[in-house]
Design a protein. Sequence first.
Length: 218
Amino acid sequence: MRTIGTLRGCAEKHLQTYTDPRGLRAFHTYDWQGDPERLSPLDCLAPALLSVRIGYKQVVPLFHPDGPGAEVLQAMEAVLADKACMTADFLDVTLDPSTGPWSLVDRALVATGEAGGTGLPAFKAVAVTKILHRKRPNLVPIFDSSIYQFYVGEKPVAGAYKDTPRRLWPLFQGALRRERDWLQDLIVPIRKPDGRPLSLLRAADIIIWEHTASGCTT
């Protein structure tokens, strides 16, 4: 298993490239938080900025008055409504799907495959985490095939939810705990486009994704 510590020599370069306001990456579009207390239809389209194939077919059902889409939206909104989730930090939470702030995140991921007994096709862990991360950047890590492959050594199955992301979270959490100090020092001067500090979770996502996408050999 690799760890983000192996990228220490190129991490700063990757952060600079990704956060360049004149660059081609999504930092200055996706990383606007908007209203931290609610999810709008546009919030649910935000994963498209991070290469998720999402459009009206996936988002419209979320805003139906009932049905599987409404159940998934309610599960995501429960994360925003919970007071503990407002201040919880992924590096410190217990990754127990049955209790605590993390249980609400896990429930939203599970809902995508089980809501209404049918789930939502083409709307799974990747979309949920890329929607919720913007609103709770210190609690909800981004589930991405590049991140998963970096830590697990293989790509996740298509439409992953439930046990697949659960395999990643403890690996990701343990790695970030070990590398917290130098990562924190690295991100101090970086601000998101709306002025907020960059979270460790987003920094790790950027570094690993940029390293992989650029074919970096450092």
